[in-house]
Design a protein around this ligand. Sequence first.
Ligand SMILES: NC(=O)c1ccc[n+]([C@@H]2O[C@H](COP(=O)([O-])OP(=O)(O)OC[C@H]3O[C@@H](n4cnc5c(N)ncnc54)[C@H](O)[C@@H]3O)[C@@H](O)[C@H]2O)c1
Ligand SMILES: O=C(O)[C@H](O)COP(=O)(O)O
Length: 527
Amino acid sequence: MYRVLITDPLSDQGIKPLIEADDIEVDQRLGLTEAELIRIIPEYDALLVRSQTKVTAAVIEAADKLKVIGRAGVGVDNIDLLAATRKGIVVVNAPDGNTISTAEHTFAMLMALARHIPQACAALKAGTWDRKAYVGVELAGKTLGIVGLGRIGSEVAKRAKAFHMRVVAYDPYLTEERAAKLGVEMADLDTVIAQADFLTVHTPLTKETRHLIGREAFRKMKDGVRILNCARGGIIDEAALYEAIQAGKVAGAALDVFEEEPPKNNPLVDLPQVIVTPHLGASTVEAQENVALDVCAEVLHILRGEPFKNAVNLPSIPEHVMKKVEPYYGLCEKLGRLVAHTLVGAPRAITVTYSGELTETDTSFLTRSILKGVLSYHLGPSVNFINAPHLAKERAIRVTEQKSNETSAFTNLITLEIASAQETRRASGTLLNGFGPRIVKIDGYAVDVAPEGHLILIRHFDRPGVIGRVGTILGQHGINIATMQVSRRDVGGHAMMILTVDKPASPDVLDTLGELAEIRSVTEIEW
Ligand SMILES: NC(=O)c1ccc[n+]([C@@H]2O[C@H](COP(=O)([O-])OP(=O)(O)OC[C@H]3O[C@@H](n4cnc5c(N)ncnc54)[C@H](O)[C@@H]3O)[C@@H](O)[C@H]2O)c1
Ligand SMILES: O=C(O)[C@H](O)COP(=O)(O)O
């Protein structure tokens, strides 16, 4: 039974699949303090949040069993992603479900801002019939500047076009084709800022976008510009915006998000030129149901070990690539474990070479599997797909992935080489049609090993009687040999023996084997 904790309000309809799942127990505990969350989080396998819960490094540190943090929405700036990655916890979000609602909210704010609707409404309700004070401006013919033309920015652009606005946008990832398709003019940030009558931001909040619209930007704007932020508090420098409004440079602003939420003693909120909503962009019945359904489906997949797609701390992998690489996961992890077992010293450089049909595929997930296999040998079961590359980087292990066009007898071949300060070891594996994974080369010796069961790898000198002596020692300890392979490079030189045995050999037995004069090393492989 997996335990799932929900700490922010999520749509009842959206979380139904979790509530109804036989293998899931759901607890809803809203409004917890950080200390309370730290106290209870060790009991849970999954945590589901929106933007209120701050999933800090301290919360993640305490989360002993946590496998996944699900964000029912887009922004993950309330989650310490680095801490989650380090701990091997997948963070998934629901990036699509609230796009339309947020674009519609932005547009509602744009129109309310142009026509002073909230101010006029409040005045009339307070008994003032004042038509002169609330003269607005038309949208048609005006320029809308959009910073960040992703999902929401693009939907805002379409709506602005329908209102006959000119749209000019800046997004570093915007292509000419996409801009043309949306009927949007592409420009650099300064041009967008300088030409906009209305300026709206739709980027994530990152190191690069924090205070992207600050004092310098306001100086470059047209007099009487109107500003919107329905993305994240902090993209616009609130102090600079306040000054620009007070100075008469900015005619008005519409804010759904704030640097501190809820805003405390924020002078912007009190300005008559500023209209505000309490982070309502995604607050529609439809969006909340969509994001909760999406994130619950992802959480169920992750807990059940099934493929998932919206991980924020993993590169996304298209389904057709996933189909190609998935059969190799097991082989790659075992290849990693095998070489790690035989290596003397700590890994310093890991090189993975893919050849055959794998050269045409994105193999980064396979390299992650290999790293998992290598590092879990040294660091234990806490290593997984998510944190393996990060753990390698932290330990200054150089990881190189390369593709080779060299032909071989196999349709696909994965070769792993690990170097330590003392030595370099390598092994190659393949997936044999109908037979599954096979290790086909170890340190230059041709072998044919199914990576499973109890395996003993012996390096020895090619001398008469070695095989018999090994067999006798194992037999004396009641260890039955299931298969044996011996491979040598030169007659009388170095050789390798690989045994599969029916039960693991104790350290004493391995020591006895190692004491034989002809034996150079004995390694028992634990998959
Ligand atoms: N108010 C709300 O309730 C609400 C609801 C949903 C999303 N959001 C927020 O809206 C924002 C956009 O969401 P989305 O789903 O459209 O995300 P998205 O990832 O689809 O789009 C973001 C775009 O910003 C662009 N970008 C990144 N850095 C940039 C920079 N320095 N300058 C210009 N462009 C840059 C990216 O290339 C991308 O195209 C996010 O901050 C999200 O958290 C708010
Ligand atoms: O990033 C998002 O999805 C929005 O900001 C919505 O946040 P919320 O789920 O707290 O409404």
